[in-house]
Design a protein around this ligand. Structure first.
Ligand SMILES: Nc1ncnc2c1ncn2[C@@H]1O[C@H](COP(=O)(O)OP(=O)(O)OP(=O)(O)O)[C@@H](O)[C@H]1O
Length: 895
């Protein structure tokens, strides 16, 4: 889609449908051509002949003279040279062909000027090449020439969108009957092939600008002719008189005793299918199979984590299917249906909703506090457990040590007993012998051996045990006997030693059993702590579930509140200019009154900021959107308006008086830092959209080199090759932005271009990991300073300026179309019609929340641009009011 990089050359186009002759031959394809001619030249009622090739007129053609349901404005954004209103007026007044070159309407008489017609045909062919060359030429002299010729001829230059049947879209420039389309790749204007007229159609009417046409025709004409002018437009009146939307409905609620308004939303439904090899058809996947799909399993688990009581996986999956695989919607439905009053828990909007939201905030806060307290308790229990564990381990080590010692003692004791019994036996034998020198020597030996044994046993336990099982030793040869006194003393000391060993053994045994008791107690305390730990773990888990549920409900509530208020909020700001002003009025903070040609027109917005408003006041109203980003939503703040209306002032602002960008980022950092329970990672990128080319401002040399590309991966949109810098502090952010702006200025100076002719997007991604609920959120914030929305001035009628104007026209028209599609709940939202809208896709529509600032100048000479801007804003605002409007449409009655 889109006419971006793949615009084919006209020569490459299949010629099969080239029309035989511009005259006559009514046919289906020609019909489209004819209607386009009507668009260009008004509602010609009875032009008999008009045959200029290129205009494709077929007189008397079916549809001829019928009120055209679409009008000139359909061709896009009002980015054309002044005179739109006048032109519309001409259409209304004229009953015939109003030639842009030859002046006023000929009122059904144009067909009679055959000679004039022929001349025009010849001139046209001769002029075409010159004209295209002129449009492509970028030299100042050519520009000056164009300016002069334009000024002289007062011709309107109009940018149109041509939709070729092959799906390609072309930006077409039309002036003085010439048509050329822009080849975006070469950025050159190429002659529009006439045969294409039968191979496609020009753009649908852009109702965003209906208001403007009405206004201008009302002020420019004095009378009923306006009805002719606007008969082709779907105006407020015609819209309300159209048949009721059969998707509207209602039913009598059995429990509530009142009527519930319903609406059949047409949405695309995702269906999981598998390829049946036998039949070669895609077949809906059975639920049981689907449960084996990783992606689906993850979704089911996510839901189960939020609602642990919902255990039936098939039931969850069925609901998931119903909700188009949107987990949040599935949970919301469950919570709502869980209510016995069938959704009686409907959140109110306005003050009531705000109060409910605050109540939820309080509950969440209390839960967070409880969780924190529990976490603290758990921590102290864990520490206690750790200390006890260490103690138990130490005690067990001691027990093991003592056990070892006791064992050693036992061994030693046994040795001692053996030796003692040997001594005893020896002594017994010696008693029978006469003391002799041998006996004395032997006795001395025994005594000294005994002493040394005593010492060594005293060293360890000072215990000597009585012999238990004396091992008989072979008797030494009979020798001299020991004195009895000595033997007695020896015996006595042996008995004493044995006694002390026994008492010591008792002490060791007691100590050992005490130690065992202590260890048992420590182990049981450890068990108790573990139990407490697991029960506190359960409690914490329950609290976590409750917290998750409350947080989810808060999010849903917030969303519903936003939905009631509108997911697109539109603010209007009139810039301050002390030299001019005063003609616009600001009766309250929601309306702005613009005097136009004797009458006054009131435009309403979510908030209107007068010239006296401060940057703080402007920022205050964007605050909720920042919170949404932190909660994991895609949000977007855009500034739209003509050059000099204060877009950059509002978005960026001077360093000492910062605008929305800096304040939003500061707030984002504040919220992220305040949330102790969530770890956030912030990344920043800067993108420039200039002449339908994306550039990475944080990469030097990227501008104009088309280094970026938008890709869709699953449900996500990815900009390949885009630099994203992680930022932690405000300083990091301002430094990064400075780099981006420096690159932008350098590149534009090199290209001899102006930055106000490009769109600037500051993109922040916020990834948050909730430590309590273990969930990860991913939000994006886009801050967009759009290119000036003013019409092309005559000085821009050629070369680079004209391409820039076409690019701006294309992207802002696409933005308008996106708003319009969202407003009408269209099945297809044409995000891909321009690089800008493609980039903004995640931030517009769906769950995304957007905030649009329409900026106007207080200078009366800009009134036409201001009205155009305000009209754009009003239409965008209706996107947000779409649902609310339907809510007040009951049974076909419109309030
Ligand atoms: N509310 C305001 N108070 C004071 N000065 C303002 C205000 N809004 C805009 N200005 C001043 O008006 C001038 C033009 O504003 P600004 O550059 O923001 O316009 P713009 O719409 O961004 O233009 P462009 O499309 O060229 O970027 C600047 O000098 C700016 O300081």
């Amino acid at each position: 889609m889109g006419s971006g990089s793949s615009s084919p050359q006209p020569v490459a186009r299949p010629q099969a449908q080239v029309l035989p002759s511009p005259q006559g031959q009514p046919g289906q394809q020609r019909r489209g051509n004819f209607e386009e001619v009507q668009l260009q030249y008004g509602q010609s009622q009875a032009t008999p002949t008009h045959g200029h090739q290129g205009y494709g007129p077929t007189h008397g053609h079916q549809g001829h003279g019928q009120p055209r349901p679409q009008a000139q404005g359909a061709y896009g954004h009002p980015n054309h040279i002044q005179g739109y209103g006048n032109q519309a007026q001409q259409y209304g007044k004229s009953n015939g062909y109003v030639h842009p070159e030859y002046g006023a309407s000929t009122s059904s008489g144009y067909g009679g000027h055959a000679a004039h017609q022929q001349k025009h045909r010849d001139d046209f062919d001769d002029d075409l090449d010159d004209w295209i060359e002129q449009k492509n030429n970028q030299t100042p002299s050519h520009q000056a020439a164009t300016q002069q010729s334009s000024a002289a001829s007062e011709e309107d230059m109009i940018l149109e969108t041509f939709h070729h049947n092959d799906g390609t879209e072309y930006t077409v420039l039309r002036q003085s009957g010439h048509r050329a389309y822009l080849d975006w790749q070469t950025q050159e204007w190429v002659q529009f092939p006439n045969e294409w007229l039968g191979q496609g159609h020009f753009g649908e009417q852009d109702t965003l600008f209906t208001e403007q046409v009405q206004l201008q025709t009302t002020s420019d004409t004095n009378g009923p002719s306006t009805s002719g002018t606007t008969s082709g437009y779907v105006t407020e009146e015609t819209a309300s008189s159209t048949p009721d939307d059969d998707r509207d409905g209602y039913f009598d609620h059995p429990l509530k005793g009142r009527t519930v308004i319903t609406y059949m939303f047409e949405e695309k439904r995702n269906v999981y299918c598998y390829m049946d090899d036998e039949t070669g058809y895609w077949i809906n996947m059975p639920l049981m199979w689907e449960l084996h799909n990783d992606y689906i399993r993850r979704q089911v688990h996510e839901i189960q984590e939020s609602i642990p009581t919902w255990t039936d996986e098939i039931d969850i999956l069925a609901s998931l299917r119903q909700c188009n695989y949107n987990t949040e919607q599935t949970v919301a439905n469950y919570l709502c249906l869980g209510d016995p009053n069938l959704g009686a828990k409907r959140w109110g909007g306005g003050r009531e909703g705000q109060q409910q939201l605050q109540e939820k905030d309080r509950q969440i806060h209390a839960l967070q506090e409880q969780l924190k307290q529990k976490e603290r308790e758990k921590q102290s229990l864990l520490q206690e457990r750790l200390a006890l564990k260490t103690e138990v381990v130490e005690k067990l080590e001691k027990v093991a040590e003592l056990n070892e010692k006791v064992l050693d003692l036992e061994v030693e004791n046994n040795d001692m007993h053996v030796k003692l019994s040997a001594s005893h036996m020896q002594m017994e034998r010696m008693k029978t012998m006469t003391p002799s020198s041998f006996g004395r020597r032997r006795h001395g030996e025994i005594e000294s051996g005994f002493d040394s044994q005593r010492e060594s046993s005293a060293e360890s336990m000072t215990v000597v045990k009585a012999p238990r099982t004396p091992t008989p030793e072979p008797l030494p040869p009979a020798g001299p006997t020991v004195e009895e006194e000595t033997l007695k003393a020896l015996n006595h000391s042996a008995l004493e030693l044995d006694k002390s060993y026994r008492s010591l053994k008792v002490i060791v045994k007691d100590g050992f059993s005490d130690l065992q008791d202590l260890t048992k107690k420590a182990i049981s305390a450890l068990g108790q702590i573990s139990e407490m730990d697991s029960s506190s773990g359960n409690e914490v888990e329950e609290l976590r579930v409750l917290y998750r549920k409350e947080a989810l409900q808060r999010k849903l509530l917030y969303n519903q509140l936003q939905e009631l208020r509108g997911n697109i909020r539109v603010f209007c700001r009139c810039r301050r200019d002390d030299r001019v002003g005063g003609y616009m009025q600001f009766p309250n903070d929601e309306d702005i009154v613009v005097p136009t040609g004797g009458s006054k027109k009131t435009f309403s917005f979510d908030k209107v900021f007068s010239p006296a408003s401060t940057q703080e006041q402007v920022f205050e109203d964007t605050l909720p959107i920042v919170q949404s980003c932190v909660d994991g939503y895609n949000v977007c703040i855009l500034a739209y308006g003509q050059t000099g209306s204060g877009k950059t002032f509002t978005m960026m602002g001077p360093p000492d008086y910062p605008g929305v960008n800096i304040r939003t980022i500061k707030e984002l950092l504040r919220i992220c830092n305040d949330k102790e329970t969530v770890d956030y990672t912030l990344k920043i990128s800067m993108v420039e959209v200039y002449n339908e080319t994306l550039s990475d401002l944080l990469k030097e040399g990227s501008i104009g080199n088309a280094t970026l590309d938008i890709r869709t991966m699953g449900k996500k949109q990815v900009i390949t090759g885009l630099t994203a810098i992680e930022v932690k502090t405000e300083r990091d952010i301002t430094d990064t932005m400075e780099t981006g702006f420096k690159n932008r200025t350098t590149a534009f100076t090199k290209m001899n271009a102006e930055s106000s002719r490009s769109h600037l997007l500051l993109m922040l991604t916020v990834e948050g990991h909730d430590k309590i609920s273990s969930t990860t959120s991913f939000g994006t914030l886009m801050l967009v300073d759009l290119a000036g929305s003013e019409r092309i001035s005559k000085t821009e009628a050629t070369g680079q300026r004209l391409v820039e104007a076409a690019a701006i026209n294309k992207s802002l028209t696409a933005l308008g179309q996106v708003f319009q599609s969202l407003r009408t709940n269209a099945l297809h939202v044409p995000y891909r019609n321009s690089k800008l809208t493609h980039l903004l896709q995640p931030a517009l529509g769906g769950d995304a929340k957007a905030c649009l600032f329409v900026m106007v100048s207080p200078d009366e000479k800009n009134v036409s641009e201001s009205i155009s801007t305000l009209t754009f804003g009003s239409s965008a605002r209706q996107v947000s009011l779409g649902k609310a409007e339907r809510n007040v449409t009951k049974g076909g009655k419109k309030k």
